[in-house]
Design a protein around this ligand. Sequence first.
Ligand code: AKB
Length: 332
Amino acid sequence: WQIPADANFHSASFSEADRPRVLITGGLGQLGVGLANLLRKRFGKDNVILSDIRKPSDHVFHSGPFVYSDILDYKNLREIVVNHRVTWVFHYSALLSAAGEANVSLARAINITGLHNVLDVAAEHNLRLFVPSTIGAFGPTSPRNPTPDLCTQRPRTIYGVSKVHAELMGEYYHYRYGLDFRCLRYPGIISADSQCGGGTTDYAVQIFHDAVKNGKFECYLKPSTRLPMMYIDDCLRATLEVMEAPAEALSLRTYNVNAMSFSPEEVAQEVLKHIPGFQITYNVDSVRQDIADSWPLNFDDSNARKDWGWKHDFDLPELVMTMLSFHGSDSR
Ligand code: AKB
């Protein structure tokens, strides 16, 4: 059942009747549009519905089904699931780590109350539900190098607390009500054509843009701040693979997934190989630095590799080459 590495395939293994009908919440964030593209190749364009409370660009609107959905509005969510006969949900609505610290009550509403609505709709309608968790679900008392799947989780951000809550609630609904809940703890995700926002790992997206445009970058984390990271293609493929894994292969319902781990000075060294004269300077933001200092340095994802065959494609050199060429650097 393993998915081909290039993920550029059509849904040969799914008959029309078997194809899931997918809803993606928070679809206009960093990951939703890319996930919709991948799933539409696999399950057919009309079987994948993107949703958000924001207005989509013309391009997104014309590339497949899009609906308004507010995860804080239970009836609206239920209506979409019923009207579109949804069978799988990817729940991407969330405020990230730094944005959450700037607005705790909004983060609590979106990340916790919103999740409750999604869990209830999913349980009520027998849906398969994917919720992303994060390296941010760990804290200063977790083992940091490497961080295993099961260990102390005492995060000190509202984002982290809400993600531990999501992991536990999803697993509780699984054991109590039989909900088919699946969850991956993502590292910092690096994407070229979609912007992140409000995260602690965002520097690792911005650096490529600024390197190509200006030949320099000002970083808000200290040079040696090491964090687990992953290229978006690996992240989306991992997400599809865990959703397609047979239930009996899953010894856990929440898995770490890992690809690489680097610090700002290391990624800058790699960029310098392609952009001579590239300069990185540091202007530390204490909020994001404190958050990063409490997160894993390295992720242990051996259970994902053993149970459902997880394998990343992108390490630091391939990541840097791909990101720079996307932003239009001709130095390869
Ligand atoms: C953030 O930095 O908040 C996110 C994450 C690692 O979950 N990118």
